[in-house]
Ligand binder design. Structure first.
Ligand code: ATP
Ligand code: MG
Length: 170
């Protein structure tokens, strides 16, 4: 990350619903041209957060994992389109560029976008989701199905880079 990286938020998020609420909290500061990058392992909650973010923007259509679509554009009642990208299968940042997204007019949220968006914008909101350390005994997942992950806390760190975020708080 560059010079002006600043941590806006470092919180424990306890449960699916709370992750959606965090998405809504992010949505409240977002506007056209903003770029949000979501990082975290499979099943971390990236899509869950995006769903809450989309709901808060009044996004039309189902916000779901766009894995096989690469990018999905949702018109919103808030104004700018929400463009939800899944870069999981991208091997090269150039491929993101090839999508010809209207980066300036939309709010763009990129799952697995770290390392893929460099140079696209000088300002990025980086959201890193990890399993909370020190999870209580008994909280271990028994599920193999990623859609069947039990509610358990995640740690979410939101880091802002670039002039767009000067003075912005969450
Ligand atoms: N604290 C939590 N925060 C977010 N999701 C949680 C939490 N606890 C349990 N979950 C569950 O974990 C799953 C997260 O799935 P989600 O699709 O959002 O992850 P993802 O990071 O987008 O995964 P992928 O890398 O496959 O796209 C959901 O089934 C959700 O209900
Ligand atoms: Mg996902």
């Amino acid at each position: 990350m560059t010079e002006s990286a600043r941590v806006l938020l470092d919180v424990a998020v306890d449960g699916t619903e709370a992750m959606g609420e965090l998405g809504a909290r992010l949505a409240a500061v977002l506007r056209a041209g903003d770029l949000v990058v979501l990082t975290g392992p499979l099943g971390a909650g990236k899509t869950t957060l995006t769903r809450g973010l989309g709901a808060a923007l009044g996004a039309r259509g189902q916000v779901s994992s766009p894995t096989f679509v690469l990018a999905r554009t949702h018109p919103t009642t808030a104004g700018p389109d929400l463009v939800h990208v899944d870069a999981y299968r991208l091997s090269d940042p150039v491929e993101l560029d090839d999508l010809d997204l209207d980066w300036d007019a939309a709010i763009v949220v990129v799952e697995w976008g770290r390392g893929m968006v460099d140079g696209i914008s000088d300002s990025v909101l980086d959201v890193e989701i990890t399993r909370a350390t020190g999870a209580e005994a008994g909280a271990a997942t028994e599920a193999d199905d990623p859609d069947d992950v039990p509610d358990e806390p995640r740690r979410v760190v939101v880091t802002a880079t670039g002039p767009r975020w000067d003075g912005v708080t969450l």
